[in-house]
Design a protein around this ligand. Structure first.
Ligand code: NI
Length: 188
C-alpha cells in the first residue's frame, strides 16, 4: 500500500462531513485502512482520520506504543474505528495541548471531555466499543471531530494559547499544561 500525503487545513475535504461506511470487509476498505496505518506511522501520528488522506468516509485510526516523542503518554492499542459514536461519560473537561497532522508545526490548548465511551465497527464489520479517559479520550474526540469537518482550533476557547511549536517551546509555554515542554512532538 502507500504512504499518502496528509491534507492540510484549508483543503475543503477537511471541512465536509464524512459519509458512513455501508460495506465492510471489502478490498477497498482494507486498502484504505492500510494506507491510513502506513501514513500515520510515517508521520509519527497518534491518530488519523480518512479525510486527512482525502477519503470522505467515517473511518478513524488511533494508537501508538511507547512513543519517545510522547514519553508521558500511556500506550494506546492501535484501533480502527468506523462510523464512530461518542457518548460522554463525564461532563467535566480538561484543557491540554493538541496538535494535528493537518496543521503542522502548531499547537493549541483544547478542552476535551475527560471520559467517553466510543462504539462503532472495525474494518471487518465487528462491533468495537470501549470506555476511555484522559489522553486516550482526547485522541478519539479529536479524530471523531475530523469526520464532522472540525479541526481543533474550532474547539479552542481562546486563541491566546495557539502558536508555532518552536515559539511556544522558546517561551516554555508547553510545559504549563499537561504535556512536557521539549518532548511533545506527536500529532493527532
Ligand atoms: Ni488531526
Amino acid at each position: 500500500m502507500a504512504i499518502k500525503k496528509v491534507v492540510r487545513m484549508g483543503d475543503p475535504v477537511l471541512k465536509a462531513p464524512c459519509l458512513e461506511v455501508s460495506e465492510f470487509d471489502t478490498p477497498e476498505l482494507h486498502a484504505l485502512v492500510v494506507d491510513m496505518k502506513d501514513t500515520m506511522h510515517a508521520e509519527n501520528g497518534a491518530g488519523l482520520a480518512a479525510n486527512q488522506i482525502g477519503v470522505n468516509l467515517r473511518v478513524i485510526l488511533f494508537g501508538f506504543e511507547q512513543n519517545e516523542r510522547y514519553p508521558e503518554a500511556p500506550e494506546i492499542p492501535e484501533t480502527v474505528l468506523i462510523n464512530p459514536i461518542i457518548e460522554v461519560l463525564d461532563r467535566s473537561k480538561e484543557i491540554a495541548w493538541e496538535g494535528c497532522l493537518s496543521i503542522p508545526g502548531m499547537r493549541g490548548l483544547v478542552p476535551r471531555y475527560l471520559s467517553i465511551r466510543y462504539s462503532g465497527k472495525d474494518e471487518f464489520g465487528n462491533p468495537v466499543s470501549q470506555d476511555v479517559s484522559d489522553f486516550h479520550a482526547r485522541v478519539v474526540q479529536h479524530e471523531n471531530d475530523h469526520l464532522d469537518g472540525l479541526l481543533y482550533p474550532q474547539r479552542m476557547t481562546s486563541m491566546d494559547s495557539f502558536g508555532y511549536i518552536d515559539e511556544l517551546d522558546a517561551a516554555c509555554a508547553l510545559d504549563e499544561k499537561s504535556l512536557p515542554c521539549e518532548d511533545d512532538r506527536s500529532e493527532v
